[in-house]
Design a binder for this molecule. Structure first.
Ligand code: AMP
Length: 419
């Protein structure tokens, strides 16, 4: 039997309700905070990611699903959404008139990472991006929005970690200092870090290998290298978070794996998940649009890991699937025809009604109604067909009433509160 691909999984019915609930909460949140949805393709030209994410990142170096299509053009299953949102914003000139835009998108991403709990090769993200504002206040609003999302989902135990990555003015000196420091501790670094220390030394700060972590403990701190503008930006960001009552900690190791991030960067962590503790991450990427050949428009945003959010919410929430409002146990061909008519009419009215489409006996059908946790049941057999009356039974209250055929739909609608 053919199985799914490693790292790719099915979201089964019991769990999909939870996904749906989270998505609804996120959509309501975006409406409240003035974000509009953008829907994007899953496949993009490889060059988009290579240029925006950066050739020396893990994602581009080893995690992308890239292949040549039938004409030989290199295409990639998107590993993240930001590059695509930026591409669409530029391609459709969404900056014409007023460049300020708040956009969100929800969908699958693909990275060929080593699968483990909380890490998949197809995973889902909720993305929010704001274009056309360089103010640290919008960064603060994004973090506030994330904490609002978590509190609306009933998730406690989260904390906001923040840092500044500087800008093209001040970052080069910091990178040079990091590379020099890495040279001093080179013997203790993993092979990846040794290779990267010249090209992308920021990555050394968030390497998870214990010996690297230890070696980088006394590494230079970006905040001491910030230019006056970046320093003022960061101070206003933290002051706004404090004023909004968002608990936050400064984390000098918080860097982004993606090259285009500048200034404010943040991550929401939770203690509920073990090793994969980041549920959301984001920050500013003021230089990306220009680097992609577009206008020089500042941008900031975040990505929430949907799969991890589901794990966290699952710990705090029990939502059993509700059973049908009414189940019709129909015996025989003619009864089944009648039952089909009733359930379809009720379904059409928004009542969840179910019947048995097989050839089971009454006992088996009633057992099924019980297992499905049906609120009401109706038995429909030869006697009922002859009298044109059925018994409508309220399962929880163990009460029943006799209803003529002509009144069945109306009576059920009244009982379930949809007259
Ligand atoms: P990133 O785009 O790497 O900044 O990731 C943003 C968020 O997406 C992370 O905080 C995770 O919650 C989630 N995420 C990233 N990679 C994976 C993955 N392979 N599987 C599941 N969730 C992921």
């Amino acid at each position: 039997m053919i199985q799914s691909i490693r790292g790719f999984r099915d979201i089964l019915p019991g769990e999909s309700r939870l996904w749906h609930g989270i998505e609804e909460t996120a959509r309501a949140l975006f409406a409240d905070f003035g974000f509009q949805e953008i829907r994007l393709p899953i496949l993009e030209k490889t060059a988009l990611f290579a240029r925006s994410i950066g050739e020396t990142t893990d994602i581009v170096e080893k995690e992308m699903y890239t292949f040549a299509d039938r004409k030989g053009d290199l295409v990639t299953l998107r590993p993240e959404a930001t590059a695509s949102v930026v591409r669409a914003y530029m391609q459709h000139k969404l900056y014409a008139g007023d460049p300020f835009r708040k956009l969100f998108t929800i969908g699958p991403m693909f990275r060929r990472e080593r699968p483990q709990k909380g890490r998949y090769r197809q995973f889902y993200q909720i993305n929010a991006e704001v274009f056309g504002a360089d103010s640290p206040l919008i960064d603060a609003q994004l973090v506030f929005m994330l904490t609002t999302l978590f509190s609306r989902l009933g998730v406690s135990n989260t904390s906001a970690h923040i840092n500044s990555l500087g800008c093209p003015v001040c970052r080069p000196a910091f990178k040079a200092a990091l590379t020099a420091y890495a040279g001093d501790v080179e013997a203790c670094l993993c092979a990846d870090c040794r290779r990267r220390k010249a090209e992308n030394p920021l990555r050394l700060l968030d390497c998870k290998v214990p010996s690297c972590r230890k070696a980088m403990e006394k590494a230079p701190d970006m905040v001491t290298y910030l230019c006056p503008d970046c320093r003022a930006h960061f101070q206003r960001f933290t002051a706004a978070l404090t004023a909004l009552g968002v608990p936050h900690v400064r984390d000098p190791r918080l860097v982004r794996g993606l090259d285009y991030y500048t200034r404010s960067t943040f991550e929401i962590q939770t203690r509920a998940l073990g090793a994969q503790n980041a549920v959301a991450g984001g920050g500013r990427y003021d230089g990306l649009m220009k680097a992609l050949g577009g206008p020089d428009i500042p941008a900031t945003g975040f990505a929430v890991g949907f799969d991890r959010l589901v794990e966290v919410v699952k710990k705090d929430m029990k939502t059993p699937d509700p059973g049908p409002e009414v189940f019709i146990a129909a015996l025989g061909r003619e009864s089944q025809d009648k039952a089909l008519e009733w359930i379809c009419r009720m379904n059409e009215m928004g009542i969840s009604a179910e019947m048995d489409f097989g050839h089971r006996g009454l006992k088996a059908q009633m057992k099924r109604a019980d297992r499905l946790k049906a609120r009401y049941t109706i038995i429909l057999g030869d006697a009922e067909l002859a009298s044109e009356k059925v018994v409508l039974r309220d399962m929880a209250a163990a009460e029943q009433e006799t209803v003529p055929f002509s009144m069945v739909i109306q009576t059920v609608a009244e009982r379930v509160g949809r007259p």
